[in-house]
Each structure stands twice: as C-alpha cells, then as structure tokens.
Design a protein around this ligand. Sequence first.
Ligand SMILES: Cc1ncc(COP(=O)(O)OP(=O)(O)O)c(N)n1
Ligand SMILES: Cc1ncsc1CCOP(=O)(O)O
Ligand SMILES: [Mg+2]
Length: 219
Amino acid sequence: MASAFPYRLYLVISEEACQGRNFLEVAEAAVQGGVDLIQLREKNDTTEAFLKKALQLKEVLQPYNVPLIINDNLEVAQKSAAAGIHVGNSDIAPTKIRTAWESCRILGYSIEYLEQLYNEQTYTSDYLGISPVFDTATKTDTITTWGLDGIEKIRASTQKSLVAIGHMKASNVKKVIEAGADCIAVVSAICAAKNPKSAAKELRLEIEKGLKSRTVKPN
Ligand SMILES: Cc1ncc(COP(=O)(O)OP(=O)(O)O)c(N)n1
Ligand SMILES: Cc1ncsc1CCOP(=O)(O)O
Ligand SMILES: [Mg+2]
C-alpha cells in the first residue's frame, strides 16, 4: 500500500525568504530539483494578499502535481482549495480544522513538547513537524530544540509521519533521516541558495543516502 504521506523534501517558502527573487520562480526551480511538497508561509500578509499568492503558487505547482500547504490561515487554505494546512500550538487546533474543512487532505501539526504526542491534536494530524530540530535564525520563537536525540525519542513514540525542520542543510539531512525523520523541510537552504534547483537536488540526494543507510542494517 502506498504511504499516506510519501513526501521527502518539503519547501516552506515566503516572498521574504527569497530575498528579492520571484518566489514563484524559486518554487518552480525547487520542484524541478526534487521538492515534492510546498508550504506557503506568509506571516505578515493580509488574507487578501496571502490568498493571491496562494492561487499563483497553486497554478505553478499544478503541472508538477506538487501539493500546496498553507501556513496557519484556514480561510486562505479553503479559498485556494489547497491540499492542506500546517498549524502549531498558537494556531487553530487540528480538531477544529477537521470539523471546519472536511476536504483537508494534508494536516500538519508542530511538535514542541513531548506531551503533545499523546493528545487528540496529534492523533488527528497527518504528519508532525519536529519543530525545530536545530536552532535557526528563520524562526526564533521556539520552545524545544529537539536535536537528533529528540527525533529518535519521537520516532520511538509514534507511527505518524515525521517532518524535520530547523537548520536543515545538505550537510546534516542524512543523519536526520537516519535518526527517524521521514521528510525534510527547509526554508533558507533553498530560498536563499544561489541556485535553488541544484540546492534541492543536493538535499534530495542526501535524503536518499539517509534512507538507504536506514535499510542497510549491520549484522
Ligand atoms: C513543516 C513545518 N513544521 C513546523 C512549522 C512551524 O509551525 P508553527 O509552530 O505554527 O510556527 P509558524 O510556522 O506558524 O511560525 C511549519 N511552519 N512547518
Ligand atoms: C518555519 C519553521 N518552523 C520551525 S523552524 C522553521 C524555520 C526553518 O527555516 P530554515 O530552514 O531556514 O532553518
Ligand atoms: Mg503557525
């Protein structure tokens, strides 16, 4: 049976993170390099401006069959008919999203405390964001920096798909996958890269190495 969450390289994009480049072009190049899921994360836009960007991005992603996830804003997610939404502890709760948006296909929820693994919000979500794995300048209002030990602990406690986020780079993703993450989410490793397509390719290669070394078990 195919996995309900088959994604391996997840781009979390905003216009600001693209540092003056067109975010739609960055997104398309990233997909051509191997990104298979994209979240639009606009923290300061009005709903109207956010929705406009979501519709533009959806059009770019459609020919590639790459799903669009919206950060935080349920109205934008529903009005753009996105594939899903990602929320954290300060946002609308996953259980409420399930009631208000029955056709939501991919619901992501950030894990900031171990205790969350046993709550109904986690239970109803399709994937969990391990948030953050390492400290990052891109998001500083965080609670727990999980590290590789944290990923292993979470992996041992849940069968949910795990998305690692926070300072993910080509140099560390192999270890992160080996520790038990299913998918790697990045902002700056692609948005701030000179060549977003090559950056995505390199990340994807490292992810594949991690997956391979997970299946080759020592005697
Ligand atoms: C894939 C993924 N994981 C975690 C987060 C963080 O979400 P949240 O805790 O709601 O913080 P903001 O992104 O809203 O600042 C994420 N966005 N994506
Ligand atoms: C949105 C988010 N949630 C947890 S860390 C983070 C930012 C990740 O950014 P970067 O990939 O640049 O470290
Ligand atoms: Mg949020």
